[in-house]
Each structure stands twice: as C-alpha cells, then as structure tokens.
Design a binder for this molecule. Structure first.
Ligand code: ADP
Ligand code: MG
Length: 265
C-alpha cells in the first residue's frame, strides 16, 4: 500500500530539505516508486539539492495550467520530484481549493502504483499550509536541532498538528548534533517538554551530526547518499528511513494524500 511521510520542522534552516532528499533516495533503494513533493512554496529547494532545474512546478498544477504528470521530473537518482517552484507571496497562503488540487492530483498520479512512497517537504512552522499538508501524510517526521528556538517552535508545530487531527505519533530526527549521545540527550529533553503538555508519542528515529560533508553536498548539488553511499552519514540516513517505517501510522477522517474519503474542490 502506498503511504506518505511529511518532513517538517518548527523553524527553518534545520535540515528538512537535506533530510527529505537523502531519505527519498534511501527509500528508492528499497522501493520502485518514490515521489518527493516540495510543498515549501516560499523556499522550495529540493531541486537545488538534487542538482536539477525543473521548468514546470506544482504552481503550474495549482493554477490549472498543467496536469500533474507534466510536472513530475524524473531525476537520475530514480526519485521523481514535483518541485515547489518560486511562489510569489500571494500564493504562499493557498486556498482550500488549491490544497485539494494538490492532494487530489498527487493521489491520482500515484493511483496506479501499489507501493509508492510519497515524501513531502513541508514549509517550516505552524502556518495553515504546513498543518494541512502534514496532516495529509500518514507519518510526520519533525527535524529538531539543539537550540531553544527549535524546541519551542517544534513544540508549537506538534501541538498544532495534534490539535487538528489528533495525530499522536511523531518521528524525531535530531540534526546538526555532535554525536549519538548528544542527540539522545536532546531528544529526551524535548520529549519531556512535549509529554508534559501534550498527549503524543515521540519516536526517536536517528540523528545526523553537524558535518562539512553535508555542506559540501549542498554546494556540489549532489546528495551525500549518492556521492558517498558507504559513509557514516549515508548509513545513518538509511537507518532513519527504516526506523521511520517502524513507527505507527496516524489515521484520521480528514484530508489526506491517500484515503477513501472523497476530496472535493
Ligand atoms: N547535518 C548538517 N551539517 C551541516 N550543515 C547542515 C546539516 N543539515 C543541514 N545543514 C545546512 O543547513 C542549511 C539548511 O538546510 P536545509 O536542508 O535547506 O534546511 P530546511 O529545509 O529545514 O530549511 C543548508 O545550508 C545545509 O547545508
Ligand atoms: Mg527546505
């Protein structure tokens, strides 16, 4: 059965896109069909990390100019990408109809694939678009880093997602850390805050250390899992990919990329 994973964060610049891109490639090694959807319309840059420049994007689908099939870019990694394009400010807050269009067109595109993995790069923060697209996914990954602002904003994000859908399961990736031990300490600290006030379950799914190799991979526009697949960091991305799949899926009756409930525009 196809399913979906949202890559979210409270604040920007913590590594969502880096993680979304490397995880997509990790899943592609396990599965036939992996689609990376960039919904971070204000700062869409999944294509930058993948080293491609798609001329058609999700914006062309939302404004009715193109069909979804026209804007799916087949990357040389095998991962398919729907780029977010460069939205002007008035498009940053989508209407409900535009959101339905995104959900319906992705579902339609993947409908003939029976075990596809959809990875959704979500805009940082607890704005409406982020909440709607995160809640539309079966699993939600929250990327945190060891800064108070990341903790506060991630807490607010989880609270907003949970308040909308009652989703309880959240996977936590600790990025830009020193080592495993530090990532566990940060996770426990964050978990303590979240569990004190929210009825949620946080699942530690792994860490990525702060590394020059990640920086280099962005500059070279080549994901590290491709350029150096046997490196510790690449193995960690692969481990994170499998750990996420061990966490329970969230279900609700609301809008979702894959469900039986009809979405109407
Ligand atoms: N583990 C890491 N080590 C070093 N730099 C990182 C790491 N993760 C992300 N970065 C850097 O942080 C910046 C933001 O990463 P990005 O994935 O674009 O974040 P987001 O999508 O959350 O805004 C990029 O310049 C990237 O090189
Ligand atoms: Mg990003």
């Amino acid at each position: 059965m196809s399913d979906s994973i949202a890559i979210t964060s409270g604040k920007g610049g913590v590594g969502k896109t880096t993680i979304a891109v490397n995880l997509s490639i990790a899943y592609k090694k396990l599965l036939n069909d992996v689609l990376l959807l960039d919904t971070d319309l204000g700062m869409a840059n999944s294509h930058v990390l993948l080293g491609i420049n798609p001329d058609l994007t999700l914006l062309d689908v939302m404004n009715g100019k193109k069909n979804i099939g026209d804007v799916v870019f087949k990357t040389n990694t095998g991962v398919e990408l729907v780029s977010g394009g460069a939205a002007t400010s008035e498009l940053l807050n989508l209407t409900n109809n535009q959101r339905y269009t995104v959900l319906n067109s992705i579902e339609e595109y993947l409908s003939d694939k029976n075990n596809a993995k959809l990875i959704v790069d979500i805009a940082a923060g607890a704005e409406d678009n982020s909440i709607v697209f995160a809640n539309a996914c079966n699993r939600v990954v929250v990327v945190i880093i060891g800064e108070p602002t990341s903790f506060i904003d991630s807490y607010a994000l989880i609270k907003a997602i949970n308040a909308t859908s009652s989703f309880k399961n959240f996977s936590i990736v600790v990025n830009q850390t020193e080592n495993y031990q530090q990532s566990i300490e940060l996770f426990k600290k964050f978990e303590k805050i979240a569990m004190r006030f929210l009825d949620v379950k946080l699942h530690y799914v792994g860490f990525i250390e702060y590394s020059k190799y990640i920086k280099d991979s962005i500059i070279n526009r080549k994901p590290i899992i491709l350029s150096d697949p046997k490196s510790d960091i690449s193995l960690r991305f692969t481990k994170i990919a499998t750990e996420i799949l061990k966490t329970p899926k969230n279900v609700w009756g609301g809008l979702s990329f894959f469900n039986e409930i009809k979405k109407r525009a």
